[in-house]
Design a protein around this ligand. Structure first.
Ligand code: PLP
Length: 369
């Protein structure tokens, strides 16, 4: 099987599984207990916490969550204390941000949605118009899960700090973290959400990075774990798996991934295929629109040949309308025929060439029906 849906999730590295198995068997103690082996567990958790935090920015704190959806939700909870002021988000957000914003809107909060340029980046003119001195919370995705487009967060945060200096700037970094350079201190980001299963770590573990000096409201009350902000016994083996995955993912050559992406792009390129990409993009995602075919049918046809590809966001692939591509100005026929090919460290260049040719043949055969 050739798995090309790595933006949906990745296969955990063998060493991650091994480390988690070992930790689950030999260091299963509750990190909050007051005997020796528990201290070892707590120390390991804090070692990983410090390591991951250091890879996001300097002087920040990292809190573990059950997934990035939870991190994004927590960011919203903290960002809009007392529902005062307005919220600004982009139309390119993952559902776990977008639906939180819509939920607040249904409760009467002033939520402003900023459109996208045709390359998927946030429309900065619209952004400037949307942010004002009453803005309390902003959320802009770092790297799009649909197209791989990278937003210029530095320029957006600079504008927010100028106009609404107290506003909290959150970014969903799930598709960026470990894959492209991330430095939230330099970018001016206050809150950053990440998830282990996109970098060959386990599912069910995420984190929220918080800039130094910023105080969050608690998300879960209870035993007081995660500095009293997110109670619940730590998922210790998943946390050590997260750390292990990040270390290993860091060794992956981005050039190797870029080469695979370029190979597919070159093979698929023709006047019937439009590539949805920006100048600044992740090497891990290639989004392609083909007018005149139904992407679901292409996906099924390829699955029958053991090639697994995605349809934009895995979370929203059950729904017809693709909000992100639509905000980029793609027409219905283009959206219907949009696929997402996403790469991972386990992909092999030789497989990729065959897969790309098979995808191309499948597209041509569907177009001729
Ligand atoms: N944000 C982005 C950009 C994603 O791609 C995903 C996963 O698809 C999520 C958030 C949600 O992550 P999780 O599965 O950890 O909740």
């Amino acid at each position: 099987m050739i798995y090309l849906d790595n933006a949906a999730t990745t296969r955990p590295f063998d060493n991650v599984i091994e480390r988690m198995r070992d930790f689950s068997q030999n260091c299963y103690f509750n990190p909050s207990a007051l005997y020796g082996p528990s201290f070892v567990a707590a120390k390991e958790v804090d070692k990983v916490r410090a390591y991951i935090a250091s890879r996001i920015g300097s002087g920040g704190k990292l809190y573990f969550t059950s997934c990035a959806t939870e991190s994004n939700t927590w960011a919203f909870h903290s960002g809009i204390k007392n529902k005062k002021g307005n919220i600004v988000i982009s139309m390119g957000e993952h559902a776990s941000v977008y639906e939180n914003a819509k939920n607040l809107m249904s409760q009467g909060v002033d939520v402003r949605f900023v459109g996208l340029n045709s390359d998927g980046t946030v429309n900065e003119n619209e952004f400037v118009k949307a942010v004002d001195s009453d803005t309390s919370f902003v959320s802009v995705i770092h790297c799009s899960n649909e197209t791989g487009t990278i937003n210029n967060l530095k320029s957006l945060t600079a504008h927010v700090k100028k106009v609404a200096s107290k506003a909290i700037f959150h970014s969903d970094g799930v598709q960026a973290f470990g894959k492209i350079g991330v430095n939230c201190t330099d970018l001016g980001v206050d809150l950053y959400s990440i998830s282990a299963h996109k970098i060959c770590g386990p599912k069910g573990i995420g984190a929220l990075w918080v800039r130094g000096g910023l105080n969050l409201s608690p998300l879960l009350h209870g035993g007081g774990q995660e500095a009293g902000l997110r109670s619940g016994t730590e998922n210790t083996s998943a946390i050590v798996g997260f750390g292990e995955a990040l270390k290993t993912f860091t060794e992956i050559s981005a050039d190797k991934i870029s080469e695979m992406r370029e190979t597919v792009k070159k093979i698929l390129s023709s006047d019937i295929i439009a590539i949805n990409e920006a100048h600044m993009h992740s090497p891990y995602i290639l989004s392609v629109s083909v007018e005149g075919i139904k992407a679901e049918i292409l996906q099924r046809k390829l699955a029958a040949q053991n090639i697994l590809i995605g349809l934009g966001s895995a979370c929203s692939s059950r729904f017809k309308k693709n909000r992100v591509l639509s905000a980029m100005g793609r027409c219905e026929r283009q959206i219907e025929g949009s696929i997402r090919i996403s790469f991972g460290p386990q992909n092999l260049h030789d497989d990729i060439e065959w897969a790309a040719n098979t995808i191309k043949e499948a597209i041509f055969s569907l177009k001729s029906i």
